[in-house]
Design a protein around this ligand. Sequence first.
Ligand SMILES: Nc1nc2c(ncn2[C@@H]2O[C@H](COP(=O)(O)OP(=O)(O)OP(=O)(O)O)[C@@H](O)[C@H]2O)c(=O)[nH]1
Ligand SMILES: [Mg+2]
Length: 384
Amino acid sequence: MPTNVTAEYAAAELKFQKAKTVEEKIAALKEMLATVPKHKGTENLVKELKKRLARLKSKAEKQSVAKKHERFSVSKTGDALIVLTGFTNTGKSLLLSKLTNAKPRIQDYAFTTEDLEIGIFDLEGAKLQVVELPALLGDYSNRDKQLLSVVRNADLLLIIAKTLQEAFQLLQYLEKNNFRFRPKPEIIVKKTGKPGIVVSGLTTGLNIELVKTIASQYLTSGEIIFKQQINNDVETLKTCLEDALNNSLKFSKAIILINNFSQQFSELKHLQLQAIGKAFPNIKVLEANLKEISSQALNELKQEMFKLLNLIRVKVKPSKHSQEIVKTLHKNAKLQDLAEMLGKVFVKNFKFARLFGTNTDFQGKRISLNHELLDGDVIEFHLR
Ligand SMILES: Nc1nc2c(ncn2[C@@H]2O[C@H](COP(=O)(O)OP(=O)(O)OP(=O)(O)O)[C@@H](O)[C@H]2O)c(=O)[nH]1
Ligand SMILES: [Mg+2]
């Protein structure tokens, strides 16, 4: 401490030394600046304090930006993440409370949900996490961008709208924000290390020059391999190539649920359904009155979501006399994947496994690690 300062300054400096957060440090520094005697002998000290304050303020600013981004981040738990999204007052919180253990606020005013609301439900052993996002504004704002970055992490979107028209509007907004609701085409790009674009694979009937011209919007060199036959009409080709080559696109699966409580879903229904079906053929559109939804309809919705997630549930007996546990895996998973999930020893000491359940011609059939698992399988491991 310089000898020519006041007791107030000394006290402020002590506060600064004890401060733990950036905010506390900033407050203490401001106090130091206010109490430091202003004369020639302290000029350098004042300069130094101002510099420190500026540095801390910029640090605080960065932290708050990071926090804002963090505000809407989800830590995934469970076997899959379903994101519940839509415009305001559509019944998202109501549905979340019916689907899961979450207890969000449900109110008739707009933007009741200000933060993420997180719930989880169990479907015959699979644990599915459902997150309700604060409502989208549909205005390309930063807030929407942050929300949409959570939507990008979802394994499945559950979009709630009050009318088909609103659903259509939301889907178009999501498309403008780089979401696509169709499978990504099987066209891959390999680096060649040489200039120029090469086209190979299933190219029968394709106008290769056109492919190269379209592709040159996205890359300057590389080999484009068509693993799938693509129709040669210009629009289809353009869309497929954009889907394959534009890395900022996100391919999502979605269910639209029209919450028909406002009864606005009437004469235009047929035409609108056709329009959505044409523009978004891969999206399933369901209708419900959420306040009165039956447990059977809720269960059907859960089953539908599970189906779209491409998951399977397998009951496992780690050994002949142990209790069954349920494991959730991706469709087409092999017994090897299950063994790895259970622990190294299940792969290293694997002797054989027995298959029970409805997917086998006889109960207790021996299977190897190469066996492809199906939903509902019951597996009993036998280790060395
Ligand atoms: N009668 C009726 N009211 C409903 C239905 N679904 C939602 N509501 C009401 O609509 C209002 C909004 O419901 P919420 O579940 O809070 O809607 P939200 O989409 O979560 O809205 P925000 O979080 O505010 O954006 C509440 O007053 C609900 O009780 C329904 O199917 N029938
Ligand atoms: Mg809500």
